[in-house]
Design a protein around this ligand. Sequence first.
Ligand SMILES: NC(=O)c1ccc[n+]([C@@H]2O[C@H](COP(=O)([O-])OP(=O)(O)OC[C@H]3O[C@@H](n4cnc5c(N)ncnc54)[C@H](OP(=O)(O)O)[C@@H]3O)[C@@H](O)[C@H]2O)c1
Length: 258
Amino acid sequence: MSQTALITGASTGIGYELAKCCAADGMDLILVARNQKRLEEVAAELQAAHQIKAEVIAADLSQPKAAADIFKKLGADRAVDILINNAGFGTSGKFAELPLQGEIDMIEVNVTSLVRLSHLLLPGMLARKSGRIMNVASTAAFQPGPLMANYYASKAYVLSFSEALYEEVRKDGVSVTAFCPGATETPFFDRAKMDNVRLRNGSVMAADKAARIGYRGMLRGKVIVIPGLLNRMLAFSVRITPRAIIRKITGFLNDQPG
Ligand SMILES: NC(=O)c1ccc[n+]([C@@H]2O[C@H](COP(=O)([O-])OP(=O)(O)OC[C@H]3O[C@@H](n4cnc5c(N)ncnc54)[C@H](OP(=O)(O)O)[C@@H]3O)[C@@H](O)[C@H]2O)c1
């Protein structure tokens, strides 16, 4: 019987590319995001290309009841073999000047909905002694990020939570992977109003390449996957560099030149 993968944020960017990876391996899909029309296009494309079943659940994960609603729609007997918590967004600017509701919504999407979906779907995986959870963090998880303070903190949570969960369930047939891409070419930067920041003008990986590396790492049951040598070196360098210097460099990269 084919496996089923539930992917949040599957309408664009990394989530869309991860959905393609799963479909190419013959997995049935449950695609979640807000944009129902776009999700239906993705479902139709992947069903036609790979002879799989793809279901669409339109949901706004900033709403606290969204995860429970998704779980209810799945039905009690529905097994989700792979949960990919990918939906997320960033805001940029000085924290005090950003609207509070946007910051709360970001924690809800990037962190709380991921915790809720993991808590709802993990028991089934443990009962079946098989399953995989991939939580999309970021290289932002490894250090504080001035001018994106709340976003970086949300990703640090995802990394810490995923690593801890990995240890809790690794002997029970379930793997948990924190996928930590660096800058990746997706609508993310435009949505975060980061048109001209230095970070974006550096090395940016194609979304399909990043997703393929993350997907392979997840299937191998790796706990942390960082795509790209430069990103791995940056993640390592923060361990041996004084925090004060790291904070300054990250704030510089998150700012616009001039
Ligand atoms: N691009 C990068 O440089 C980069 C680097 C590291 C990590 N990441 C992480 O990678 C993940 C995917 O981002 P991306 O780069 O692929 O950006 P993206 O193309 O903007 O994708 C974000 C996805 O999340 C969904 N989403 C956003 N808000 C949502 C909400 N309230 N409810 C449900 N779904 C929501 C979006 O769909 P709808 O708008 O249709 O809801 C979309 O499918 C995020 O967690 C991001 O933090 C990105």
